[in-house]
Design a protein around this ligand. Sequence first.
Ligand code: NAD
Ligand code: IPM
Ligand code: MN
Length: 351
Amino acid sequence: MPKIVTLPGDGIGPEVTAAAVEVLREVAPDLTIEEHLIGGAAIEQTGEPFPAATRGAVREADAVLLGTVGGPQDSPWNRLPRPQRPESGLLALRRLMGCYANLRPVRVLPGLEHLSPLRPELARGVDILIVRELLGGIYFDGDRRLDGDSAHNTMRYTRAEVERVARVAFWAAAQRRGRVTSVDKANVLEVSELWRSAVQDVHDRKYRDLHLNHEYVDSVAMLLVSNPGRYDVVLTENLFGDILSDLAAVIPGSLGLMPSASLGDGAGLFEPIHGSAPDIAGQGVANPAAAILSAAMLLRHGLNRPALANQIDGAVAQALRAGPTADLGGRAGTQAFTDRVLEGLQVTSGA
Ligand code: NAD
Ligand code: IPM
Ligand code: MN
């Protein structure tokens, strides 16, 4: 019986995680699902964003499903010393689990082009996989300081850190259309020069049959939304990947459609890419699709049950066609949308 740890967190996190758990229980009743604290919710109850009990449970888990962490801009959590804030709990979780490769798929499914603000001919058929390095770069470097009127953070990568995430990108591309675009700022940054050379080396040593090109991040930001069809796998470092993936959410139409899988050498971590959405939290209107699709990624990548993952993907697409949530211009609430997904599952499983 695989053990799943869920970490609902803050804001809409508990609402969308509950939806994903309903769906998981429906398709995989054999899973043991155990809920634990993270983020602001954990700070309130234990004083820490990533308490020892959660760390222990995560170490024992076969896969982890996270909601979201963090408060509104004026939250008292944002005045705590940085290591004690909700977001630091999430970063510590990623580091503990060793999840260095964050897969963020961006897909416009047939019949859902109308949900995109882009012209249908631009949105149609888009199928991009952003592979974001998740444990390095400016996020994790110890050389950081806010000192009165001066502050600094440092972007640093080793060749080994770049190579291991590049291998994941090429592995994914080999199962897709065989094209990797590595995104950097090598015209300005030494770190990007190393990034580019390490990615090219991995390609030349082992993946010469795949297509690799290098593009600059500023231009990619423009091309992603003006000509998204030109991309297959987009490989990039931590901060660039964070920004480009929220931008890419515009293509399908909402952050609420963007799931992710974070993979490393051990158990995987699965989470929607969106935040805690304080502006709509507690209203029952959040789009649970990203969380439900993250549960599908958990089944596919975390537990090697691709057939169940496909069933969930199909039921979500069907529910979106029937009527989406408010972020996509629809009227379905979180529960109504989840119920439609559950109904779709029963249809596809023949029950
Ligand atoms: P956000 O992603 O929470 O929200 C941005 C906008 O998108 C808001 O208007 C929100 O209502 C909307 N939105 C996001 N997800 C939605 C969904 N599922 N359904 C409908 N609408 C949705 O970004 P933010 O406002 O910049 O950040 C809020 C908090 O979340 C901050 O504390 C931030 O640090 C945190 N955050 C956490 C994560 C995470 O846990 N992985 C990711 C991003 C931001
Ligand atoms: C994300 C979030 C996180 C990140 C924050 C909350 C630490 O924005 O998962 O995209 O920057 O990685
Ligand atoms: Mn982000």
